[in-house]
Design a protein around this ligand. Sequence first.
Ligand SMILES: [Zn+2]
Length: 548
Amino acid sequence: MMVFVEDDRSMKKVVVIGLDGATLDLLEPWMDAGSLPNLDALRKKGAYGRLRSTIPYYSAPAWVSIVTGCGPGKHGIYDFFRTDTCSKKLISGLDRKVPAIWNLLTDDAKKSIVVNVPGTYPPEEINGVMVTGLLTPSLESEYTYPNDLKKDLVEGKLGRYEIEQVAVDDIPKHLAARYAPEKLVQMINNVTTSHAVVTMNLMKTREWDFTMVVFRGTDDAQHLLWTQKELLLSCYKTADRYIGEIMMMYPDASIVVVSDHGFYQPKKYLYVNNVLCNEGYLKTRTDPRRSLDTFLMVFFDKVSKLLFHLVPMQKIVRSPLGRKLILSGGGNRNIDFSQTKAMYHSVCSRGIRIFLKDKVEKGIVEKQEYDHLRQELIALFSNLTDPETGGSVVDHVYRWEELYGDDAVNDPLDLILDLKKGYGTQEFFGSPGQFQDLFQSKNTPLPTLMTPGFYDWAGDHAPDGVVFVYGADFKQNQRISASVIDILPTVLALLGSEIPDYVDGCVISEAFITPPAVKKVNEKLTQSKKPFLSEKELKKIRDLRLKL
Ligand SMILES: [Zn+2]
């Protein structure tokens, strides 16, 4: 009798489930208490531990590192916003300079299902299906591959798909957290359910070797409701329930649960642009405490409760005019670029842009001044202390090449701040929301370190996320420690696919019973795969990049 033996690895299925911002600081006590039974089962029957994020430890660079196995210097994503302009232009998948795991698997004739992974818009032509995630502009966008999949989603054949809009949705979420936190939790859990149901229906109806879905609700909840642990637990429980369902549906699949960074509670926020203003590196046309933007922010704070109850906030911010106002660069209007040398680019990049002549439009810094200026700014931020404790606020100030390498793509920011635990940053000018500061003398320095106010988050990102790996190949009850760049090689090894040479990460060997034979292949970096979208849709992406 002839026995036909299939290559074991070709039969494997791998599921990667993202829990945005999940931290062991919360997970471990909740798993110990039995509140998250499925994650607890994963850790006992598999390996788990801390997962080091990128610097900065924010979603855009970190998720792209997870799906490419490369650091930001190679994949080119440093922020939700483009680094080549100080107005708020959203990045898209077109800015990613290396292939993602679904591109590599497509080349290896393996099928993928990709749902709600941040930074995936526009959808790519892959062997499988893709529903794009955070940074998808709107429900009207073409956000699926193949594009007729969108029709099934709209008609509810696979479940209704919820689109989140970065920056734009922040306002209604912020207000809901303040005035109706239970309602916010319900909104977050509905979104998680929508993404889980669509993913599981795709898994049931399509062939696949690799599935990845990211649940973003844990991040939103932790930013806004950090001190309300019961509400946070509800968001974690919803994700835990769907992790359990997927484990039950595919008991032979390898499961990888991963977060892009951790979380903690900042006691104070560093207003980086105020520091630059006080020291003369950044000039504003009028005192930012009395600018129109600050006045509007104070006003919004005061009337926000009324607005929340009377106005359909989500509808307004998602309208074309609402989007335009939110993504138009805000406080930048008050900057006197003819006298400004440096500016904090955004919270999510933790980076400072130096306005070099000939490189940045309106730049005034001469090339020969660049290194000296960076040294001055490093000293300035390194020496900042919290008057209450006497301790330093900034842990380290990196030059871009120290983090991302001399050949970093997509023009990283010039200096990147890493703060001490207990501090967050703000990009606003002046002291938004502080009514009494409207009457401060202009000779008084701007406040630089403030306790969290209306416009600050209750929780902010920390460098360590989590990773759980579970399946027949993995040890049980094993503690591991890895980095975001190690997820792609580990998944490729599980599927028996080759790992390209340029990948920065390593297979998490300590998690495996028998470390897999790693097949490295010398592959030149080529542009990532072409997106699947119409000319009309491409134009829409370009239009979203608003001028300063
Ligand atoms: Zn976040």
